[in-house]
Design a protein around this ligand. Structure first.
Ligand code: HEM
Length: 503
């Protein structure tokens, strides 16, 4: 178990000396609030995930109604929790070099956090069970819930849209002010050859990532508002039912972008922290800048791969969905993998929990991404659509990718602020996290490859085997997270006091 470090001993996160001490505590304190709220919600949602998998294995029986209610809370809760924690991590990183407003970040958090209450009311009191992507006609026409429950659920989504919009706007203006313009904050002078890479005033990679997320985040928040407001008016009977295809496209854009942006925020945390662990800089080379700039466009256009089965969707948009899904993978993934390999190779990196989680995260991001690209191929999607292949790929890049990045960063931050001494058991726990998560997602993939449907509460006996094998891996995953949580809890009090004292 970790103990506290003196001024000279190595910290559990892998750094020889703390990096986050003495920096504006107020903003850092709020970053911790985001991160810890996200982490606690993730733990609770993980237990709901285990409950569903036990049901799939036939070891626990949930009524159909409760299966779908649990699935709804789990899906919405996980997506929102990881995004929240990633937002918090990015605040902590930016706080080192960019002037941020604690007040605006707190407002964004409060509005975002209200979503949890609305989702719980909709599902637990209202019986809403239409999943986190409830599409027409579900939100307001469920057979087991009334219109008000659908509305309350969507009010929850509205809070996420507004909270994330405020956060993105704040980051956008803060970065624009720091670099004296949007183009500078996106590294255009280097990209177009007016400045050399590394010249003064070039954004560091995490700042670049933050600007990209802020720009797409503003569009995402606005698209959420563009679909939710008419849906509320529709529910109130003020307007005629809105066009289902319009609603579907905007909802899918909103959900797709939120999920993707949490990945990019998580990747930004790796760009910020690996250099501290390896003592090597991660430069904003022209290639890195180009890749991040491309992300702005490439993250926006592939949303329509969620709508291949909608025959009313215009064909060019379907084709765009497939082309864009292929195009998004190479630029950033390749640039990041090359960057990670160059920075880690012969750097003497110690395999502490954050380092292991970051590398696992890259693995999960790549493999989950490959599963997603396969699924976004129209010919393959005809077979894999709504099979377990879908949760397989997104659990891979979420649980092994985004979550590994963020929890690796949280561990690093707490060990830094709480001055936790290095211990080898946390590294073991991080490896076991990888083993548990890989075993768990592999069973989703195998089930998907055998055409077992997703979002099915009914389980035929011959389907049980996949979940029966998955459950022990989930338990292993849970134990590894428990260990990391206990270690972090030991440093948390100090870390919390540290940031509170500097507020
Ligand atoms: C702790 C490990 C986890 C377990 C055991 C777990 C388990 C499950 C299960 C069994 C399902 C239902 C699959 C189906 O029948 O279609 C599911 C769905 C889902 N999970 Fe997880 N999960 C875990 C982690 C995560 C993470 C980290 C995320 C991050 C976003 C996530 C997001 C989702 C989403 C969005 C759905 C789909 C809900 C829907 O179809 O509306 N899960 N999960």
């Amino acid at each position: 178990m970790a103990s506290y470090a003196s001024d000279t001993t190595e910290l559990a996160g892998g750094s020889a000396s703390p990096r986050y001490h003495g920096i504006s505590g107020e903003v850092l304190h709020i970053a911790m609030v985001y991160l810890i709220t996200g982490f606690v919600t993730f733990l609770a949602m993980g237990l709901l995930g285990l409950t569903m998998r036990l049901h799939h294995a036939g070891w626990l029986t949930l009524s159909p109604d409760w299966f779908y209610r649990i699935m709804t809370i789990h899906g919405a809760g996980m997506v929102a929790a990881l995004l929240l924690a990633a937002m918090g991590g990015m605040i902590a990183v930016l706080n080192q070099t960019v002037r941020l407003s604690a007040r605006w970040l707190l407002v964004a958090f409060q509005i975002y956090f209200m979503s949890l209450a609305f989702v719980l009311i909709a599902v637990l009191a209202g019986g809403f069970a239409g999943a986190w992507t409830a599409l027409d006609p579900l939100p307001f026409h469920g057979l087991t819930w009334s219109v008000w429950a659908g509305v309350v659920m969507f009010v929850g989504f509205f809070c996420i849209a507004i909270g994330f919009l405020i956060y993105s706007l704040h980051l956008f203006f803060a970065l624009r002010a720091k670099f004296g313009g949007v183009g500078n904050a996106l590294g255009w002078p280097v990209l177009f050859g007016r400045k050399k890479s590394g010249a003064e005033g070039t954004p560091r990679p995490p700042e670049l990532a933050a600007m990209v997320v802020a720009i797409v985040g503003i569009l995402t928040g606005l698209s959420g508002i563009a679909v939710l407001v008419p849906l509320f008016a529709d529910a109130a009977g003020v307007i005629a039912p809105i066009n289902a295809l319009y609603a579907k496209n905007f909802q899918m854009f909103f959900g797709h972008a939120l999920a993707n942006l949490s990945i990019y925020l998580g990747v930004g945390l790796v760009y910020a922290t690996l250099p501290l662990l390896t003592n090597r800089p991660w430069a904003s080379s022209r290639l890195v800048i180009l890749a991040w700039n491309l992300v702005i466009i490439l993250v926006i256009i592939p949303w329509s791969h969620h709508l291949y089965m909608d025959l009313a969707q215009p064909t060019p948009i379907q084709i765009l969905g497939q082309v864009a899904s292929y195009a998004i993978a190479p630029p950033l993934i390749l640039v990041t993998i090359l960057g990670v390999m160059t920075i880690v190779f012969r750097s003497g990196l110690r395999w502490t929990a954050p380092a292991i989680l970051f590398v696992l995260g890259i693995w999960g991001w790549v493999f989950g991404g490959m599963g997603a690209v396969l699924d976004s191929t129209i010919a393959i999607n005809n077979v894999t659509h709504n099979t377990m292949w879908v949760p397989a790929h997104f659990h891979t890049y979420y649980l092994l990718g985004v979550a590994s990045f963020i929890w690796g960063y949280l561990f690093y931050l707490i060990s830094d602020l709480g001055r936790l001494k290095a211990d080898r058991f946390s590294a073991w726990a991080a490896w076991l996290y990888g083993v548990g998560a890989v075993g768990f997602v592999m069973m989703f993939y195998l089930a998907g490859a055998h055409s077992i449907p997703r979002r099915f509460d009914i389980r035929l006996p011959e389907w049980h085997i996949y979940a029966e094998i998955a459950v022990p891996f989930v338990v292993l995953l849970g134990l590894s997270i428990l260990w990391l949580t206990i270690v972090m809890a030991r440093g948390l009090k100090r870390a919390w006091r540290q940031t509170a004292a500097e507020s």
